[in-house]
Ligand binder design. Structure first.
Ligand code: SAH
Length: 224
């Protein structure tokens, strides 16, 4: 009985949830996020659907949260910060590396991007694919190694890496359009520098740094 109530609760998006979400958007805005399309997307996506528990209050705190398989759903502020830096416009083809819970992919979809997302962890990939189907999202999800990207679907207008990369993966630069941007938390240590890489017409890269963040590592090769 309690199990059924749990499932029922976790897939309902009530006025209470919407109210908590509005507060979260205000909090993220007060921390400096200005892009209206990012704030609207944050308000549209029911974050409590992505957590293992039905602790609704926790879903709407501006904090990261464990999602199983040793992974985390990023803090809403961090999701908003990366999305704002990416400057996504409607219709753009966007590759996300590190699908995780699928929350960030939904934010990109809400902005109007055509989203392709890769996850290396098979269990998580299946779990997230099922959830996003149930939520009626139509982005394309792949089980694979983000270091290799998706050559078949390249080039991309934007690439977003949501795990800490020691270096900017070469294959991903190749899969970026000229004038395209890639956002990545860069560094092999405990903290990473949020970096935006723009591919110039002559093939060179312009790199800009945007402060320190903490992500789980981008690992090589697929995992079962
Ligand atoms: N974007 C996610 C948060 C991701 S946490 C969300 O919104 O919930 C980082 C994710 O990157 C983890 O799920 C991890 O398994 C995945 N990951 C790490 N290395 C990877 C790689 N080489 N290719 C694809 N995914 C990877």
């Amino acid at each position: 009985m309690s199990v059924n109530i749990f499932i029922w609760n976790s897939m309902q998006d009530t006025y209470r949830h919407k109210g908590l979400r509005r507060k979260l958007v205000e909090e993220v805005q007060s921390k400096g996020i200005q892009d209206e399309s990012v704030l609207a997307a944050l308000e549209a996506v029911p974050r409590h659907f992505f957590l293992d528990s039905s602790f609704v209050e926790i879903a709407y705190q501006d904090k990261p949260f464990p999602i199983g398989s040793g992974q985390t759903i990023s803090q809403p502020y961090t999701v908003a910060f990366q999305t704002e830096l990416l400057s996504v416009e409607k219709g753009m083809k966007v590759l996300e590396v590190g699908t995780g819970s699928g929350y960030q992919a939904c934010i990109l979809e809400e902005i109007g991007a055509r989203v392709y997302s890769i996850e290396r962890h098979h269990g998580l990939f299946i779990k997230t694919k099922n959830l996003l189907n149930a939520m009626n999202y139509k982005m394309r999800l792949f089980y694979g190694d983000g270091y290799k990207g998706l050559p078949t679907f390249a080039p991309f207008d934007r690439i977003l890496i949501t795990a800490a990369a020691p270096v900017v993966p070469e294959a991903l630069i190749d899969q970026l359009k000229v004038g395209g941007m890639l956002v990545v938390p860069l560094g092999a240590g405990d903290t990473q520098v949020m970096t935006r890489v723009t591919k110039q017409a002559d093939g060179t890269l312009e790199e800009q740094a945007f402060g320190y963040f903490r992500f789980v590592p981008m690992l090589r090769k697929k995992a079962p």
